[in-house]
Design a protein around this ligand. Sequence first.
Ligand SMILES: C=CCO[C@@H]1O[C@H](CO)[C@@H](O[C@@H]2O[C@H](CO)[C@H](O)[C@H](OCc3cn(Cc4cccc(/C=C/CN=C(N)N)c4)nn3)[C@H]2O)[C@H](O)[C@H]1NC(C)=O
Length: 133
Amino acid sequence: HVLVATHLNVQPGECIKVKGKIFPEAKRFAVNVGKDSGNLMLHFNPRFDSHGDVNVIVCNSMEDGRWGTEEREADFPFQQGDKTEICISFDTTELTVKLAGDKEITFPNRLGLENIEYLSVDGDFAIKAIKFS
Ligand SMILES: C=CCO[C@@H]1O[C@H](CO)[C@@H](O[C@@H]2O[C@H](CO)[C@H](O)[C@H](OCc3cn(Cc4cccc(/C=C/CN=C(N)N)c4)nn3)[C@H]2O)[C@H](O)[C@H]1NC(C)=O
């Protein structure tokens, strides 16, 4: 892991902002939010070239250590070597990920969690700032 934050208490409507720089030769990175490492409301996984995916954002959830059904997004507003910022917020029904260029991705809140306690960032990404607002 590049970063793990636990014992958070992010409420619906609040925003988790992750700011950083994508490695020039990035293959993939991931931002995970949820209750703990085995219970993720969202695994947000941009893939530049990984698992046979090229320039695809793969989103999924994890419950008790078991992956849910993946969703692959149409937009891919990321470039290797670029700085980027993503803002994750949620309510009881869905999560919203605000991306560069006013792109927005939603993902169902399958676990129905009422707060976010856990955040991790993995992969080819250098974190500059994390902001809770
Ligand atoms: C078609 C064949 C069967 O279907 C495939 O089956 C795979 C296994 O289930 C899925 O893959 C899995 O998908 C999951 C989401 O659903 C997670 O992403 C998981 O990764 C978990 C994971 C996290 N982490 C930490 C991490 C995260 C990001 C970067 C790095 C390191 C980067 C190293 N940097 C380099 N090398 N430069 C490390 N490690 N593993 C991935 O293995 C594929 O999507 C799926 N593909 C399709 C089309 O269906």
